[in-house]
Design a protein around this ligand. Structure first.
Ligand code: AMP
Length: 121
């Protein structure tokens, strides 16, 4: 599998400070911010600061330090966001997963009762 990173994607621009975001949490290797089109009362995106296109790319090539920092950010978001009753974590990936932004991101969605599964389009 070849992973080609497009540094013009919108999350790369957010990381460079070219586009504003509403930051929820940040550490050395990860950033969490509000989704611009929330699908539930809580909808936060957690992204690594490194150039990874997808979950499988990140899992394969990110350093242990980056992976720990990413999941520390997920934990911090869960602490802050009001998801004590549960949430859904989603990492849409490539075409079949309907990934729109080609920079790995994990959606943390909750704050209300969700449906059992995501509906197909
Ligand atoms: P995905 O289909 O998993 O790639 O989802 C991309 C997500 O990024 C969508 O939920 C969008 O609403 C969200 N999004 C796109 N642009 C921005 C932005 N500038 N700030 C915050 N979220 C964004």
């Amino acid at each position: 599998m070849q992973y080609d990173y497009d540094d013009q994607n919108i999350f790369a621009k957010i990381l460079r400070g070219e586009i504003p975001n509403t930051t929820v949490f940040e550490n050395d290797h990860a950033l969490a911010f509000e989704d611009i089109q929330p699908q539930a009362p809580v909808h936060v995106l957690v992204i690594p600061k490194g150039a990874y296109v997808s979950l499988d790319h990140f899992a394969r090539d990110a350093s242990a330090e980056e992976q720990v920092a990413f999941f520390a950010a997920v934990a911090a978001v869960c602490d802050k966001a009001g998801v004590e009753h549960g949430f859904r974590a989603i990492a849409n990936t490539r075409t079949h997963g309907v990934q729109e932004v080609p920079h790995f991101h994990m959606h943390i969605i909750g704050g209300a009762q969700l449906g059992r599964m995501l509906p197909a389009d």
